[in-house]
Write a protein that binds this ligand. Structure first.
Ligand code: SF4
Length: 434
C-alpha cells in the first residue's frame, strides 16, 4: 500500500485544500503516515503569498528533498501557490521533485492516482473519493469549509488574483455536502473561508446569507465562524442579515490593512476611513458581546509618518480586539511593488514594532474587563494534563487560548460554559461552570 505524507504551509485556505487532498488519497486506498521518512509519496502544499512565505516553502522543500536522498524510492510532489508562480524555476533548481501540480481538483488527483498505480485508471469514480471523513490537519471537532476560490479585488499589494484566478463561488450543493460530512464526522465548529467570504454568491444566483442559513440547520454544527470579511461589502444591512443567522458567531474577522485614505486608495481597497469607522461603530453599538479581528500592513509606499500616526490614533479611538500586523512585502507582478515613494525596511520595521507595542498597551488596559465574564468555550486539546480551550471569541490557531484550571470531565470537542479567572494579553485562564 502506498504511504503518503503532506506538509501544508500558508493560510487556512491551503489547509482546507490539503485536507481535501489527504481525504481523497485515503479514500482511494493510499495510507497516511505521520512519519515523512516512511512515506512513499512526500507532498508539500506551498505558499507563495509574500517573500517570507516563499522562503519557508523553499526551506521545507529542501528538507523534504533530504529525505529523498536517503530513500531513493521516495517520490516528492509539490503543489500550491509557489508552483503556480515559479514552476520553471523550481524544476531547474530542485531536480529531486518528481511531480508538480498547481492546484488539485478531482481530475488532477485522478491523474496522480494513475501515475502512482503504474498507469492503471482508478476503479472507483472520483466522486467516491472526495468525501472528507477524517481530519488530518485540525482536531475532528473543527472543520474548514472553503466556499469560494480566487479573488477579484486586486488589492495592489496582493498576488492572489494572479495566482488563484478570478473569484468563483463553489456550488452550494458541494459546500453543503462537505459541511454535512464534517458534521457527521465530529465537527462542531465550521470555519467558513475564502479569499473574500463576503463575495460569495456574486457570480451565482445564491447568497452568503442563504448558504449560511442552510448550514446552520445541519445537526451537530454548533458554531459557524466567518473569516476574511472584506470591509467594502460590509454594509450595516449585510452585517445584520448575516450575523443574525443562528449559530453564526459574533466574531468579526475584517482585514482592514490601513485607515489613511491615501494609503487605502493606493492599496486599491475600495473603502475609506469613513466607511470603516461607521462599520466599527455599527458593530460596537449593535453587537456589544462580540470581538473584531483585523490585520494591518505598515510600510506601504506613500505611508508617511503622519499617515502612520493616523493608524495609531484610529486604534486608540476604535480599539481592535485581535490584531495582526505585517510589513509590506513588494511582490513581483503587483502594482504595489512598483509604487513610490518607498518606505525603507528599517522604517517599516520600526513602525511594526511601534504598532504592536501600542496594541499591547491598549490590550493591557482592557484585559481586566474579561475577568469574571461567563463565556461559552470549546475544548481543543489536552496538554500536560491541562485542557486547552478557546472562548467563542477566539479562532483555532489564530487567537487566544484559554487554559482550564479544573478540567472536570471536559474533553476535546466539548462546548461548555466557563468563567474567566485570569486575562493576559494573549491568553486566558478559566474555570468551567458546573
Ligand atoms: S481581498 Fe485583496 S488581499 Fe485578499 S486575496 Fe483578494 S486581492 Fe488579495
Amino acid at each position: 500500500m502506498i504511504k503518503f505524507h503532506i506538509v501544508t504551509l500558508g493560510c487556512s485556505k491551503n489547509t482546507a485544500d490539503s485536507e481535501y487532498v489527504a481525504n481523497f488519497l485515503q479514500n482511494a486506498g493510499l495510507k497516511w503516515t505521520d512519519k515523512p521518512n516512511e512515506a512513499d509519496l512526500l507532498m508539500l502544499n506551498t505558499c507563495g503569498f509574500i517573500n517570507d512565505a516563499k522562503e519557508q516553502s523553499l526551506n521545507t522543500l529542501f528538507t523534504l528533498a533530504e529525505y529523498k536522498e536517503k530513500n531513493k524510492a521516495q517520490k516528492l510532489l509539490v503543489y500550491g501557490c509557489l508552483v503556480k508562480r515559479y514552476e520553471e524555476q523550481l524544476k531547474a533548481d530542485i531536480p529531486e521533485i518528481d511531480y508538480f501540480f498547481k492546484f488539485f481538483d478531482d481530475k488532477s488527483l485522478s491523474l496522480l492516482l494513475k501515475e502512482l498505480t503504474v498507469s492503471k485508471a482508478p476503479k472507483k469514480n472520483c466522486a467516491d473519493f472526495s468525501a472528507i471523513t477524517k481530519r488530518f490537519f485540525t482536531p475532528p471537532h473543527i472543520g474548514l469549509l472553503k466556499i469560494a476560490e480566487g479573488c477579484d479585488n486586486w488589492c495592489s499589494y496582493c498576488a492572489i488574483p494572479k495566482i488563484r484566478g478570478s473569484f468563483r463561488s463553489l456550488p452550494e450543493e458541494e459546500i453543503l455536502r462537505t459541511a454535512e460530512n464534517l458534521a457527521k464526522t465530529g465537527s462542531k465548529e465550521l470555519s467558513v473561508i475564502a479569499q473574500d467570504t463576503t463575495a460569495y454568491g456574486k457570480d451565482t444566483d445564491t447568497s452568503l446569507e442563504e448558504l449560511l442559513s442552510k448550514i446552520s440547520q445541519i445537526d451537530g454544527i454548533e458554531w459557524i465562524r466567518l473569516h476574511y470579511l472584506h470591509p467594502k461589502r460590509l454594509t450595516p444591512d449585510f452585517i445584520d442579515r448575516v450575523f443574525s443567522i443562528k449559530k453564526v458567531l459574533p466574531y468579526f474577522d475584517i482585514p482592514l490593512q490601513h485607515i489613511d485614505d491615501t494609503v487605502l486608495n493606493k492599496m486599491n481597497r475600495h473603502t475609506d476611513s469613513n466607511q470603516i469607522k461607521q462599520l466599527i461603530s455599527h458593530i460596537r453599538t449593535n453587537y456589544q458581546n462580540s470581538v473584531i479581528r483585523s490585520t494591518f500592513i505598515v510600510g506601504f509606499p506613500g505611508e508617511t509618518d503622519k499617515r502612520f500616526e493616523r493608524l495609531l490614533t484610529f486604534l486608540e479611538e476604535y480599539p481592535i480586539d485581535r490584531l495582526g500586523a505585517f510589513v509590506f512585502s513588494p511582490e513581483e507582478g503587483t502594482r504595489g511593488a512598483e509604487m513610490t515613494p518607498k518606505v525603507s525596511k528599517r522604517k517599516a520595521a520600526e513602525r511594526l514594532d511601534k504598532l504592536m507595542t501600542f496594541q499591547q498597551l491598549i490590550l493591557g488596559e482592557t484585559a481586566e474587563k474579561w475577568v469574571g465574564r461567563e463565556l461559552e468555550l470549546m475544548a481543543d486539546a489536552v496538554e500536560n494534563g491541562k485542557i486547552l480551550a478557546r472562548t467563542v471569541y477566539d479562532a483555532y490557531e489564530v487567537d487566544n487560548q484559554t487554559i482550564l484550571e479544573d478540567t472536570g470531565n471536559i474533553k476535546p470537542g466539548d462546548i461548555f460554559k466557563g468563567v474567566i479567572t485570569e486575562a493576559g494579553l494573549y491568553d486566558f485562564k478559566a474555570r468551567p461552570l458546573k
